[in-house]
Design a protein around this ligand. Structure first.
Ligand SMILES: Cc1cc2nc3c(=O)[nH]c(=O)nc-3n(C[C@H](O)[C@H](O)[C@H](O)COP(=O)(O)O)c2cc1C
Length: 414
């Protein structure tokens, strides 16, 4: 307990004295470089795992009747134990690929056939070029989604393009998919997969449209990136929901989305076939919180029609008047939960719902799982709460919402 308080206090002091004096993007670059460097060395990873007690990460025990979880949770298991809440598979509705791998997260403790130590992964956008995956896993993220990766390398939008809203513990970003491109990221992932311990990590790859590609040609971009990347990914996400690439979100309309998802599916299948590997890389689509309920339903129906594997909900929101870019963090939480609940109702058993948006506490994770998410992701809370947070939040017993205000300590408003 003392250790947890100490790391939180140290990070708060560091944030207030140092990080917040840097531009948000410079602070991000520095943090990413440190995490990547730590992750390169076995002793660095071992030290991080020991300091942040990553071995004690587990799944929360949901309150009785808390949502329609596909895998019942073992009530006898303590949530502060490595064996915490072992799932009792609900049975039925699970899908397997031709190689017999389970394709969905519906057994409760797995994502696409891979065991997850806990429910929380890192959301896309933090490690766009897959440079720090090992370090991020050593901090306790149960899986890491890298990207968004585009077909062509691109610098992103002009700076400044990332802003803190410290009083809300939120961020606004207009990054515009700055990334090294899918050829370079495929090379990085190949090295990661071949390295000691890198093959076992659960890694999702999020792909998007290059800025130079006309929206009418978008399917070709997704096809090429999927073909380059799918063989290194535990799952692939088609991102059509970032507000920072002109015209991208219009691709969420079903008529535009269908050929893109079909192209990504074909590219991913070619990727595995060329590698001589059986099975399929699970394919999901990531949607915006600003879609109407009817549009959410339409995307869910398309996912069923194309027999895709699930939906990541949600991306950042443009429902603000603060300037360019999308807002993330607590302002997203309520809509994120609504969309996840809706998707769980719309999608048949066997499709995965990945919940993301405003998760900042163990109670938030429990709420998303109770709403029907199979696993969850976060980005913004990691920035505000620091390197001990991913493991801490997956250790904390979470039985529904904590008392109001109990989780609002931390960074003081500026
Ligand atoms: C600085 C920043 C960059 C992001 N970049 C991406 C991205 O490249 N691709 C993507 O799908 N989502 C991106 N996101 C959205 C996150 O993955 C996530 O959906 C969103 O921030 C909501 O989660 P949060 O409230 O935990 O931050 C980005 C978010 C932030 C704050």
């Amino acid at each position: 307990m003392l250790g947890q308080v100490t790391w939180g206090t140290v990070y708060r002091a560091l944030f207030n004295l140092f990080f917040r004096r840097l531009s948000p993007e410079r602070a991000h670059g520095l943090a990413l470089a440190l995490i990547a460097a730590m992750g390169e060395f076995g002793p660095g990873r071992a030290l991080a795992r020991a300091c942040f007690r990553v071995g004690r990460v587990g799944w929360p025990t949901l309150p009785a009747g808390g949502g329609e979880r596909p895998g019942r949770l073992d009530p006898a298991a303590s949530s502060d134990d490595d064996r915490a809440g072992q799932a009792v598979p609900a049975g039925g509705g699970e899908r397997t690929d031709p190689a017999g791998r389970q394709l969905t997260g519906r057994a409760g403790r797995q994502l696409f056939g891979r065991d997850l130590p806990g429910p929380l992964g890192l959301a896309a956008g933090f490690d766009k070029d897959a440079k720090a995956v090992k370090g991020l896993a050593a901090l306790g993220f149960s899986f890491v989604e890298v990207g968004t990766v585009t077909r062509f390398p691109q610098p992103g939008n002009p700076r400044p393009r990332l802003w803190r809203l410290i009083d809300q513990r939120a961020l606004r970003n207009a990054m515009g998919f700055n990334n090294a491109g899918s050829t370079a990221v495929a090379r990085t992932l190949r090295r990661l997969r071949a390295s000691a311990g890198g093959g076992d990590l659960v890694v999702g790859v999020n792909i998007g449209k290059s800025k130079v590609t006309d929206p009418s040609e978008a399917a070709g971009d997704y096809f090429v990136s999927a073909r380059r990347l799918a063989k290194y990914a535990d799952y692939l996400v088609v991102n059509v929901s970032s507000p920072n690439t002109p015209g991208l979100r219009d691709l969420q309309a079903v008529a535009a989305l269908r050929p893109i998802l079909q192209a990504a599916r074909a590219g991913a299948d070619q990727s595995l076939a060329r590698a001589g590997r059986p099975g399929r890389t699970p394919l999901l689509v990531k949607i915006a919180p600003d879609l109407s309920d009817a549009d959410v339903d339409a995307v869910a129906a398309l996912v069923e029609e194309l027999d895709l594997d699930g939906i990541v909900a949600v991306n950042t929101t443009v429902a603000h008047d603060l300037g360019a870019g999308g807002l993330s963090g607590p302002p997203l939480r309520q809509r994120g939960l609504e969309v996840v609940r809706r998707l769980r109702g719309q999608l048949g058993a066997g499709r995965t719902v990945m919940g993301v948006g405003g998760i900042a506490s163990a109670a938030d994770i429990a709420d998303y799982l109770a709403a029907g998410a199979d696993a969850v992701q976060a980005y913004t809370a990691f920035i505000y709460q620091g390197p001990a947070w991913p493991a801490r939040v997956q250790r904390a017993p979470a039985r529904g919402r904590a008392a109001p205000g109990a989780l609002r300590k931390g960074i003081r408003p500026s």
